[in-house]
Structure formats: structure tokens, C-alpha cells
Design a binder for this molecule. Sequence first.
Ligand code: ZN
Length: 260
Amino acid sequence: MNLQRTIRNEISTSGIGLHTANLTKITFKPAPINYGIRFVRTDLKDRPEIIASYQNVLGVIRGTTIGLNKEIIVYTVEHLLSALFAFGIDNLIIELDNNEPPVFDGSAKRFVEMIKEAGVIDQCAEKKFIVLEEPVKYFVDDKANAVEITAYPSTEFKVDYSIDYKHPLVGKQHIALTITPENFESEISYARTFCFDYEIESLKRSGLAKGGGLENTIVIGADRIYSTEKLRYENEFVRHKLLDLIGDLALLGRQIKAYI
Ligand code: ZN
């Protein structure tokens, strides 16, 4: 039997957010069985809670935003949730004293370190999984982009991800992986956020990426890649897309057994 999991010890850190550039202190606290993952905005009156659920998604433009309204909101939850989901954390209190978790280096590396430092523990209750009875398919093609996602029944959580960008420095990239804490840490967690240089002006105009810089985002130019360090994996871009996908799947509210 798989047991529900939380962390052993409370842990905190702080940093600036990718889109808001707000300095935020983030604290993980152990939570009881069947609690789920909840964000607590400690800076707001009555410390409102936002359950990490697809039902609370408010936006998906350049990041996943969840909230209850325009004020009780948390931007860019996907990197943090990706690490928690891969480590099988079912129950956790995430306190934030502002509206966006720190971006750190644009990857999930620091969140993995926090989870490992805090320690993962089993709880005395059976873990609940989403199990598929038949394949589920999503497809959209808006001319600029086409996305196809299919989830098949499986006894474990596996993902096979391909991207095909019409840009010579990205092109076709692929990764297939069974998602375990060990695989996530070594193969996915270091992959950083990226964008194209021609997008930056419109991102800034939309009020996004205020905390973005070469220390947390790989910028892809017409003929070169700009970053404070060289690529961490040859196919770092598809690995980061997989990181984001796992983070969004965490909003299902329970672990999943599927081949995606
Ligand atoms: Zn991302």
C-alpha cells in the first residue's frame, strides 16, 4: 500500500518572483492526512488559503496562476508544485508573504533541495491516485501552436514529451521518463525557464517577467543562446516543458498513474 506523504520539518527560504519581481518568503509546513496542498497568503487579512487545484486556476499565460480572486492569488506555481508532485507530497502547507514563489535559478532545483532538507515522511493513510480506465486526449491547433496530449492507463506515472519548434537552436527535442523522485531530481529539476529574445518586449509590456534575467531564464536569440551559464542538458528546453507539465498535473489534487 502507498501511504500519503508530508514533510518532517518546517523549512523557509526567500527570493524574488519571475513575473512580479516581488521578494517573497516561502515556508513549507507539515500538514495532516487528506489535507492536500494549500497556499496560505500570510500577508493578507485572515491569512486566506488557496487549495492547489485546477478549480482555482485563474490564468495560464506564461505561467500558472491560482487564486480565489484578483487579490487572493499566487502566480507561477508550476515549478514548486512540480517538485512536490514528483516527490509524492500529498499534504503540505505553503505559506507565502507575497503573491509569487521565488524563481531562484528558473528551475525546480531549490525546491527539491528544500523538500530533501525538510525530509519526506509517510503518514498513516492510504495515498489516493487518479487511475484512468481509458485514454484521454486533448488537442488544440490555433495555427501558431499545436498541442496534443494523451493520457493512457498505466500502473505508474510516465511521460513521453516531444517538442518541435521552428527555431534552429531548439528544433526537435524529446524525453521519456518514469517520474520518481530520483529521476525528477537528476533529469528534470535543473532544467531552466526559457524564452525567445523577440518575446521579451511584449512580455514586459504585458507587465510580465519583471523578475526575469539571464540568471533565471535562458534567452534564445536568432543565432545564439544567452544565459549566465551554459546549457545544463543538451535538450534542456523539452526537460523544462516536462517540468512545467508535471507542475500543472499537480493541480489534479492527487497523484496520478498514467502514461502521458
Ligand atoms: Zn516553467
